[in-house]
Design a protein around this ligand. Structure first.
Ligand code: MRU
Length: 365
């Protein structure tokens, strides 16, 4: 998608083996590009959220294997890379998905071929992500079009939470992809962006993306969504997912569950957009089984922003020493989910519908 009129992806390769990312910690205030070279660079980038968002975490993981295997293709290094990456962030299943894909591929590849083959594999995962998100856009667009036809209006208001935009994937985003398609097809979409405390991915990243791609939007505080829904100012909610159970429970950024409850109470469709790599086929009860990341409580006590001299600073918003809790994700039970928008189509949030997606992903249909 565009930044100042120029096309970017969130991660890319130059000269066949140099991996670059947009360092998202500084957006929207500074646009910094960083090259990731070592396993430490990759694990810090994931852990400290230079890159974030489930699909992008998966793709970055794939390139971590690519870079380490080029330096040292041994089984020791392969095992070490796997365990370092698995210890970075616990919730987004795409990390585990990518580790499994890369590890299984590399362990079967002779050691002296690994350095040569590994970039091809990681590049494939990167292009599959772009393809999946485009397809999510095409399928999700139909939901927006149907609402426009039913409402007999060209103007549709969509609420989203966190950043499930192109910065959370390689390109297009998941929740934002149908929005970009709708705009392209002439629907007048307006997006309400939850600020998404504590890391403010909505305020800092989603608004920045939408601004640069010319999508009308308002930033709202996390607690405003319910009020807007009661007053019929929201037609549709679309969010992303970090892990989806095989039964349709959806784990996403903390606060998503409250939006789903409010949408349910106000009869507003609540859709979740996700590539099938975000489905955890081993989990049937999202609330009981999905591990929820507890991040540093400091993230709750401080807010990062730009001061009037244009310096990026962090300020206290609570008495120093206040003890905080910082669960980073919550689980929305399937009963509150109107449907899942995947690269293979839209399905209901239940086991039988999701199973069809599994068959598609495994090429059995
Ligand atoms: O903590 P983050 O910023 O990695 O959390 C990201 C989200 O919760 C996104 O909504 C999710 O990964 C879906 S991204 C397409």
């Amino acid at each position: 998608m565009k930044v100042n009129g120029k096309n970017y992806t969130s991660i890319w390769v130059e000269d066949n083996n140099k991996v670059f990312i947009i360092d998202q910690r500084w957006l929207p205030h500074e646009f910094k590009i960083v090259e990731l070279k070592t396993i430490n660079d990759f694990s810090n980038a994931i852990k400290d959220m230079w890159v974030r968002g489930a699909p992008l975490i998966g793709v970055t993981t794939a390139f971590a294997f690519a870079k380490t295997m080029q330096l040292d293709s041994s089984n020791d290094m392969l095992n070490q890379t796997k365990s370092i990456l698995l210890s970075t962030r616990p919730t987004a299943v795409n990390l585990h998905w990518a580790v499994k894909k890369m590890f299984n591929f590399l362990i079967k590849t002779p050691i002296d071929h690994r350095a040569h083959e590994v970039f091809k594999k990681a590049n494939q995962i990167l292009s599959d992500d772009i393809y999946s998100n485009r397809k999510i856009g095409e399928h999700g667009f139909k939901i927006i079009e149907d609402i426009a036809n039913t409402k007999k209006t060209n103007s549709i208001n969509i609420l989203t939470h966190c950043n499930a935009g192109w910065l959370a994937t390689v390109d297009w985003g998941t929740a934002t992809s149908p929005i970009y398609f709708a705009k392209e097809k002439g629907i007048d979409v307006h997006v309400y962006v939850d600020e998404t405390r504590p890391r403010n991915q909505g305020a800092q990243l989603t608004t920045w993306e939408l601004f640069h791609n010319d999508i009308s939007h308002n930033l709202i505080v996390d607690n405003a969504g319910g009020h807007l829904m009661q007053h019929k100012e929201i037609d549709l909610v679309i969010v992303g997912s970090d892990r989806t159970s095989s039964t349709g429970d959806v784990c996403n950024k903390i606060g998503t569950y409250l939006k789903a409850l409010a949408a349910f109470d106000n009869n507003i469709p609540f859709y979740v957009a996700l590539p099938s790599s975000t489905i955890d086929w081993n989990i049937t009860d999202g609330i009981k089984e999905i591990p929820i990341e507890e991040r540093d409580p400091k993230e709750v006590n401080f807010v990062q922003g730009k001061d009037k001299n244009n310096n990026i600073i962090s300020v206290d918003i609570a008495p120093r020493g206040t003890k905080s809790r910082n669960p980073a994700f919550d689980v929305t039970p399937s009963r509150l989910v109107s449907g899942l928008i995947t690269e293979h189509g839209i399905c209901d949030a239940n086991y039988n519908s999701i199973k069809k997606i599994k068959n598609f992903s495994e090429g059995n249909l």
